[in-house]
Design a protein around this ligand. Structure first.
Ligand code: NAD
Length: 457
């Protein structure tokens, strides 16, 4: 495809164009794949300690640019500056964590007769990384850092709405001394550049984060070349609150567990399951917490929630809060330009209704009552997704019982956190395939090779 058009990058809080850049197409994607293929031979041969040193330099360089990167991300993704700083902090932590990995990618020796058997973790080659617009640099770092540490070279395709921090990352990598061609960024449409990465025979693996719908197409496309895939997809996570929980704590943390990043978070606990006996107390505490959320200018220090990413997203999210929707209460949102939508709580909702079944990806929470533990587990699992979730209870045995019974990749007890650099993250069911972060991610960027060495004379 010809690729002369520009991408206009819009600032969602103002609807103004904040940058224009050339839109990559199939030609540019092929060129980036070729560069990454050429760079692979040398990059995989860099001695582990040297590769580690280069990754530490890259980490320091990113850390040195933290403020600029956070501001760029806050403006482009419309996220509160305090959140953006936290995310860039996680990017630095992720690179630092995997910078230590090249010297720890060990194999095994396996007892066999007649010789010595050993395994090696070999890099895959060129990996294609496709990322979404909600946590642009953070999600890129979860893929880029382990892929580089394992000795792969990269073509990264950021979301067209939020390409700016990925482009900065490519520049920072070159300045930090990463060899030419090791990290290549192609800002362009998913249907063109993303598809090319999925189908190209020289790309060994695609690691994708995005919607379940696009993920299905990627799994299909990858079949043509038996490409390795990691898919981090959508979610509709349950926040299960029993009557014996610390209700104040559960109610005060529930809003940001679904309205954080304006609800555009794959881990959003958008189904709040509340034991009926605690419903009244929980709802009155929740109302206060929702109404106090500060929605506004992403660059203001006190802002807790910004706008949605785009006019399209605003249109989609609005469709879930039509005339019939059981709106219990809402927070505020600014007037004027920007894709604003107030935090909104729907209650009571049945798990069979559309807002409880579909990933809204906006600041809309459904409160679903239940009467007993088995019912809570059944409702929590009655979804195609299985990414995240929480259980709130004062009964330790029940906490573990329910956490084990919910079909989900990550779950927290008396907490709404999902992601840590050192622990595996990913989904059950249609929330994805494979794990990112922690020690597991390195396995997703390597193949095991078994070598047998005969020693008998
Ligand atoms: P999306 O699926 O529309 O796009 C994601 C990326 O895929 C973008 O870079 C896009 O350009 C690209 N793409 C689109 N069509 C493609 C195609 N045919 N072939 C190859 N690439 C293609 O998702 P989005 O709207 O950017 O992000 C929101 C979605 O991401 C939500 O569903 C959310 O749950 C999910 N998400 C999941 C995680 C996770 O870790 N599980 C994290 C963040 C977001």
């Amino acid at each position: 495809m010809a690729s002369k058009e520009a991408i206009q990058v819009i600032e969602p809080a103002t609807e103004q164009v904040m940058a224009e850049l050339p839109r990559a197409g199939a030609e540019e994607t092929d060129a980036a794949i070729d560069k990454a293929k050429v760079a692979f031979a040398d990059w995989r041969a860099v001695a582990p300690a040297d590769r580690s040193a280069l990754l530490h330099r890259l980490t320091d360089a990113i850390e040195g640019r933290s403020d600029d990167l956070a501001t760029l991300e806050a403006r482009n993704a419309g996220k509160p500056i305090a959140d953006a700083r936290g995310e860039v902090g996680m990017v630095v932590e992720t690179f630092r964590y995997y910078a230590g990995a090249p010297e720890r990618l060990t194999g095994k020796t396996i007892p066999v007769s007649g010789g010595v058997d050993m395994t090696f973790r070999e890099p895959l080659g060129v990996v294609g990384l496709i990322t979404p617009w909600n946590f642009p640099l953070t999600i890129a770092s979860w893929k880029v850092a382990p892929a580089l540490a394992a000795g792969n070279t990269i073509v990264l395709k950021p979301a067209e709405l939020t390409p700016l921090t990925a482009i900065e990352l490519e520049k920072i990598a070159v300045e930090a001394g990463l060899p030419e061609g090791v990290l290549n960024v192609v800002p362009g449409p998913g249907s063109v550049c993303g598809r090319r990465l999925v189908e190209h025979p020289d790309v060994a693996k695609v690691a994708f984060t995005g919607s379940t719908e696009v993920g299905r197409g990627i799994a299909e496309g990858a079949a043509g070349t038996i490409k390795r895939v990691t898919l981090e997809l959508g979610g509709k996570s349950a926040n299960v609150i029993f009557a014996d929980a610390d209700l104040e704590a559960a109610a005060s943390s529930a809003p940001m567990a679904v309205f954080g990043n304006a609800g555009q978070d794959c881990c959003a606990r958008s189904r709040i399951l509340v034991e009926r006996a605690a419903m009244d107390d929980f709802m009155s505490a929740l109302e206060g917490a929702v109404k106090s959320i500060k929605v506004g200018d992403p660059l203001s220090e006190s802002t807790q929630m910004g706008p949605l990413i785009s006019a399209d997203q605003l249109h989609t999210v609005s469709s879930y809060v039509n005339g019939d929707a059981p709106v219990a209460f809402r927070g505020s949102a600014p007037d004027g330009p920007g894709y604003w939508f107030p935090p909104t709580v729907l209650a009571p909702v049945s798990n069979d209704e559309r807002p409880a079944r579909e990933e809204i990806f906006g600041p809309v929470a459904c409160v679903i009552p239940f009467d007993e533990e088995a019912e809570a587990i059944r409702i929590a699992n009655d979804t195609i997704y299985g990414l995240s979730g929480s259980v709130w209870t004062g009964d330790g045995a029940r906490a573990l019982r329910v956490a084990r019974a919910i079909e989900t990749g990550v779950i927290s007890i008396n907490s709404n956190t999902s992601v840590r650099v050192a622990t595996p993250f990913g989904g059950f069911k249609q929330s994805g395939v494979g794990r990112e972060l922690g020690p597991d991610a390195l396995e997703a960027y390597t193949e095991i090779k078994n070598v047998y060495y005969a020693t008998e004379g």
